[in-house]
Write a protein that binds this ligand. Structure first.
Ligand code: ADP
Ligand code: MG
Length: 365
């Protein structure tokens, strides 16, 4: 037999009569192997590995059908080397086709090396690379935030100044009262934006929350005030259920405002498709079994599939056309900086519950 590159040194004819059979040769090979008649394309011989691994492939006894299965889109000739994945087993093979002359009969010889493990290693390497890329993207988000904060600081300060001036003028002129209210609302928003930006800058620099004792009710009031317009637009009434005797939390006020704002915003956005009569949003507060303050934002939105739940807090996960997907990731890191815990659970009333815990201030200040 004169297999490509396999001609043994010296006179190849010496052992012609003692040549092992094709079957025996294929059987001795450590990979799946099959020989097809060149003319008819029919399977002439295949080792046990071939039958085990390629038996379930439709047409594994015919070269041409096998070609169509394994190399869809290829025309006629055997394509040399090619990596394929067998659908029935999910395993990857590196295929090699070669032509063999055996005492007048021409054969197309297929050998298939299982390369699944190599592919897995490559894949896991790739996903590690992707994770690294994520982290570096998150870091550049931090840098971007710092740049933006720097750029926005000046104009925001100017806006607050103009609003203060206008408020003074309206005050001196004695109204109209609607304009005065609108100016005050605008100033609240602008001041909040400034506070957020100041905290972002500080946070990016120091990466540490500045904590003291705060009433949760005060934090929630600020957030609801900021979202009032958005809630009205959606004909939505936000119910605040915080017990009078809820202990103060030990937290960075602006950062926790940011968390609650994100959660309530998400809840509002989740109810875009809910009929107006069924929309309801509640913010609950209580002391949990560990003695921490627990806040829960409960909506009647669409809820979340299992696949969505698994990815919720990953950076850049979003199902919204206009979403950034960093809201929840930021919430979670803020809460973890506060030694608290962020959680999600499906709401028994339909919709979702997003919550977090914060340590109580007593004994820490
Ligand atoms: N209350 C909620 N109800 C249903 N899905 C939600 C809710 N909050 C968040 N999600 C899902 O989590 C995703 C990520 O949220 P987030 O990190 O805030 O990013 P974004 O709001 O920019 O999409 C959302 O796109 C949405 O699919
Ligand atoms: Mg969001």
């Amino acid at each position: 037999m004169g297999v490509d590159g396999g001609a043994v040194h010296g006179q190849g004819t010496a052992h012609a009569d003692a040549s092992p059979s094709l079957d025996a040769l294929l059987e001795a090979l450590p990979v799946a192997c099959a020989a097809f008649d060149c003319e008819t394309g029919r399977l002439v011989a295949g080792n046990r590995r071939y039958h085990d691994q390629f038996g379930p492939v439709p047409g594994h006894v015919s070269r041409d059908r096998l070609m169509r299965e394994l190399h869809p889109g290829s025309t006629g000739d055997t394509p040399g080397r090619r990596d394929v994945r067998l659908p029935h087993s999910g395993r990857w093979y590196s295929l090699h086709w070669g032509r063999v002359e055996d005492t007048g009969q021409a054969l197309d010889l297929l050998s298939a090396v299982d390369i699944s493990e190599r592919i897995e290693v490559l894949d896991s390497h790739k996903s590690r690379q992707e994770k690294l890329l994520f982290t570096s993207r998150l870091m550049s988000v931090g840098e971007m935030a710092a740049t933006l904060a720097h750029e926005l600081n000046q104009p925001l300060a100017a806006i607050v100044n103009y609003l203060n001036g206008s408020l003074r003028l309206v005050g001196q002129a004695g109204g109209p009262v609607q304009v005065e209210r609108a100016l005050q609302a605008a100033r609240t928003q602008a001041e909040h934006a400034s506070a957020v930006i100041a905290r972002v800058r500080e946070f990016v620099r120091a990466r540490e929350p500045r904590r003291s004792a705060h009433r949760l009710a005060g934090i929630a009031d600020t957030v609801l005030e900021l979202l009032r317009l958005e809630a009205e637009r959606q004909e939505l009434c936000i119910e605040l259920r915080l017990p009078e005797d809820l202990p103060d939390v030990y937290a960075d006020r602006v950062m926790v405002e940011q968390v609650l704002l994100n959660l309530v915003k998400n809840a509002i956005e989740a109810m875009r498709e809910t009929p107006p009569g069924e929309r309801a949003l509640r913010v609950d507060g209580r002391v949990n079994l560990d003695g921490d303050v627990e806040v829960r934002v409960v909506d009647r939105g669409s809820g979340l599939s299992q696949a969505e739940q698994d990815q919720l807090f990953s950076p850049f996960f979003t199902t919204k056309a206009d979403g950034l997907g960093i809201g929840l990731a930021i919430c979670r890191s803020i809460i973890e900086y506060h030694e608290g815990r962020m959680f999600f659970e499906p709401s028994p009333e339909g919709g979702s519950v997003f919550g977090f815990t914060l340590p109580v201030a007593e004994g820490r200040t």
